[in-house]
Write a protein that binds this ligand. Sequence first.
Ligand SMILES: Nc1ncnc2c1ncn2[C@@H]1O[C@H](COP(=O)(O)OP(=O)(O)OP(=O)(O)O)[C@@H](O)[C@H]1O
Ligand SMILES: [Mg+2]
Length: 300
Amino acid sequence: MSGFVEKPEPLQVPGLVHLHTGKVRELYRNEAGDLVMVASDRLSAYDWVLPTEIPDKGRVLTQLSLWWFDRLADLIPHHVISTEPPEGAPDDWAGRTLVCKSLRMIPVECVARGYLTGSGLVEYRENRTVCGLALPEGLTDGSELPAPIFTPATKAAVGEHDENVSYEEVARQVGAETAAQLRQSTLAVYSRARDVARDRGIILADTKFEFGHDEDGGLVLADEVLTPDSSRFWPASEWQPGRAQPSYDKQYVRNWLTSPASGWDRHGEQPPPPLPQEVVDATRAKYIEAYELLTGTAWS
Ligand SMILES: Nc1ncnc2c1ncn2[C@@H]1O[C@H](COP(=O)(O)OP(=O)(O)OP(=O)(O)O)[C@@H](O)[C@H]1O
Ligand SMILES: [Mg+2]
């Protein structure tokens, strides 16, 4: 079982056509034909969009993405046109709205990994590969890889797992030239971001990008970038390969959901329960801490 515990009803704003309710974002088209992306405070875990929101989360993700887009602009064009909420939008949209170029999205989750964990670790333990790429012996949970690798995944619908695929499979789906561009850009952006984060005492273990083509066929960096929802950030001072690393994200939520306190069976039929206040507060604090550490500015 998976999906939305409670499917939200999208707000209607005059002049905007609602296009899609994503797990976290609401997508609209404005009268100029641009995409209006509004990041909600929704949170997903274990393939469920939870019934409890994390206050300010959508704003933190939006502001962090903007900060990164700025720092990557010399490497690749991004999709943001403006941060101005449309006329007539609720006050709550301030800080969580991005007006973006409407792109032809490439249906590949472009993952870069510099460290081994998660689904990469599972595959490595089975056959010493990740997405079919051979890796050296002796790596463990949290090990740094000899060099960053491109480990694409197919984009799954709400409630379904993304599935790791080989580079050859991506090339079959999107063409050899686009596949090569995706790999090159993903690794270039990851490497830049890894270095920026490292200077702040944060390990960027892995991250996911989405790219699209603009009307001229140019490759553009889209969606959100380098947020705790799309990335694994670990405090460098606590990095210790051989165990699960503490991280700046929804770890509190996952720990609570899988603890006896929640009474929830991850593999059962029931949707997850609402989060208790202390889990909400601790999760909000982690997102804000990631923002403040990375950008070096206080959250306001
Ligand atoms: N510039 C863009 N043009 C068109 N679509 C975009 C652009 N940037 C991001 N998107 C799409 O907007 C959606 C963002 O919403 P969100 O991240 O909440 O969705 P998701 O749950 O990850 O995926 P899905 O939309 O499949 O449910 C994604 O589907 C993403 O591919
Ligand atoms: Mg998404």
